[in-house]
Design a protein around this ligand. Structure first.
Ligand code: KIV
Ligand code: ZN
Length: 517
């Protein structure tokens, strides 16, 4: 028990940008990570794991930039148990108000023998060395026993005791492969609380993967047994089947205070915003029946349920939609709304834009209001997101005319501005989307492969804006592009161009000579 700590307060450690980014296809660029970090701070996350600084220059720069901007949250960077990793993590983190070095090493017999090819004694020594080294650099050190749930208890207790002795203030027990079941995992945490002599000097944390769909249940069982930090991700993003979903952990604790008295510091009304941002940036849609943030989580279809809801919302709703920030879509403004009201609305939605960007957004809002009868908050968010995404692009969308329908071939007449020069072409294809993408390829030849094409409506109704995600792969690198427009094909074209522009940025960073396409 750490003196002065509220014993019921659970620390929320978000690893969307580290473990979450390890999901194949979920890579995020610096600008996207900064936007996610800002929303995580607004959400009230206690610790943001911003990346794995030694993994790549991109990760290093992202951790450094987030560390420099974060105001409230502690910023963690991951490091293996080596001096080189730990020094690099510290280099990225040192500007943070509250830096945390998170170092880890596998402790299970399987991992030690086959992955590390190290004897247990050598592992134990490496834990002492790495934690001591990290602690010389940073006051806040977390140590994780990778594959902790499959580690022999005596050895785990010894490693944990040593890590605490060497200065780790947080001890994290991961269920790395999502193998544990709740009763057993809770018992493991209880065993550590009872057997490790200096456990009262550290916060016990858990990090559960969802391979058996038990990540949230295991995390909550651990909290019941004394864990006071939970590592989790927005929308449950993460390696393989993902990590415990932040929104599920937080809302379970909030909704069932009668059964679980522990609480978090999360501003739950920001959950929907965070979920949508992560889904848009990664191109990973949220399944409609996903707990808390799925599109159907607060929808009532059957007549009996609707009747019950009209009589008393509590009949079929255990949480209010407002509690997760899912207010009724509010009508924003129409085409007669003025600049002043528009500016105020953007501020309310959390956008701080410069004068030029506001002018541009206002002009685009007027265009949208001409095309679409009702403009909702979600439309404005999509519009501004689209604008932010498109600034500084090498390849810019100018116009698109598509001939579609049952009497093919479908044709796309496309005009783009490439490096300041306007170019146009016509292409035919197997459907209007194919024709559009082929036209892009004619104007800007490239070898990237399309891995994902996904369309979502921003709001209800046939005049809704379409939000399109395109994932492109080139030489093992994947990027996601987004585009929004009332015309699905224009949105598709913009999303493809956004992804292509991101690939160009990546190429520019790695091989300047390869830029001529
Ligand atoms: O799953 C895991 O074990 C991890 C550790 C690095 C914390 O992600
Ligand atoms: Zn993990």
């Amino acid at each position: 028990m750490i003196p002065g700590r509220d014993q019921d307060r659970v620390i929320i450690f978000d690893t969307t940008m580290r473990d979450g980014e390890q999901s194949p296809g979920a890579s995020m660029n610096l600008e996207e990570k900064l936007r996610i970090a800002a929303v995580l701070e607004e959400l009230g996350v206690d610790v943001i794991e911003a990346g794995f600084p030694i993994a790549s220059n991109g990760d290093f720069e992202a951790v450094k930039a987030i560390a420099g901007r974060a105001r409230e949250a502690a910023i963690a960077g991951l490091a293996r148990a080596s001096r080189k990793d730990i020094d690099r993590a510290w280099e990225a983190l040192s500007r943070a108000q509250r830096p945390r070095i998170h170092t880890f090493l596998s402790t299970s017999p399987l991992h030690m023998k086959f992955k590390l090819q190290m004897e247990p004694e050598a592992v134990h020594q490496a834990i002492a060395d790495s934690v001591s080294h990290a602690r010389k650099l940073c006051d806040d050190v977390e140590w994780s026993a990778e594959d902790g749930s499959r580690t022999e208890h005596d050895f785990l207790c010894r490693c944990v005791e040593t890590a605490i002795k060497c200065g780790a203030g947080t001890i994290n027990i991961p269920d790395t492969v999502g193998y544990a079941v709740p009763e057993e995992f809770g018992a493991l945490i209880r065993m550590l609380m009872n057997r490790v002599p200096n456990i009262d000097k550290a916060v016990v944390s858990v990090h559960c993967h969802n391979d058996l769909g038990l990540a949230v249940a295991n995390s909550l069982a651990a909290v019941g047994a004394g864990a006071r930090q939970v590592e989790c991700t927005i929308n449950g993003l993460g390696e393989r089947a993902g990590n415990a979903a932040l929104e599920e952990i937080v809302m379970a604790l909030r909704t069932r205070q009668d059964a679980m008295p522990q609480k978090t510091g999360i501003r739950t009304e920001i959950i929907t915003k965070a979920s949508r941002l992560v889904s848009t940036v990664t191109g990973f849609p949220v399944q409609p029946n996903k707990a808390i943030v799925g599109a159907n989580a607060f929808a009532h279809e059957s007549g009996i349920h609707q009747d019950g809801m009209l009589k008393h919302a509590g009949t079929y709703e255990i949480m209010t939609p407002e509690s997760i920030g899912l207010g009724r879509s509010s009508l924003v403004m129409g085409k007669h709304s003025g600049r002043h009201a528009f500016k105020a609305k953007l501020k309310e939605l959390g956008f701080e834009l410069g004068d030029n960007a506001i002018e541009e957004a206002f002009r685009r809002f007027k265009d949208l209001a001409d095309k679409k009868k009702d403009v909702f908050d979600e439309d404005l968010v999509a519009l501004v997101d689209d604008q932010v995404v498109r600034s500084n692009e090498h390849i810019r969308f100018v116009s698109l005319q598509v001939f579609a329908g049952s009497k093919g071939p479908q044709r796309a007449d496309l005009e783009l501005e490439i490096g300041g020069e306007t170019k146009s072409t016509t292409a035919t294809g197997d459907g209007p989307v194919d024709a559009t993408f082929k036209a892009i390829k004619q104007l800007f030849p490239h070898e990237a492969h399309l891995q994902l094409y996904q369309v979502q409506a921003v709001t209800a109704g046939t005049d809704a804006q379409a939000e399109v995600t395109v994932r492109l792969e080139e030489n093992g690198k994947t990027v996601n592009g987004q585009g929004a427009d009332t015309d699905t094909l224009v949105a598709s074209c913009k999303a493809y161009l956004h992804a292509l522009n991101k690939l160009l940025t990546k190429r520019r960073k790695t091989a300047p000579a390869a830029l001529s396409a």
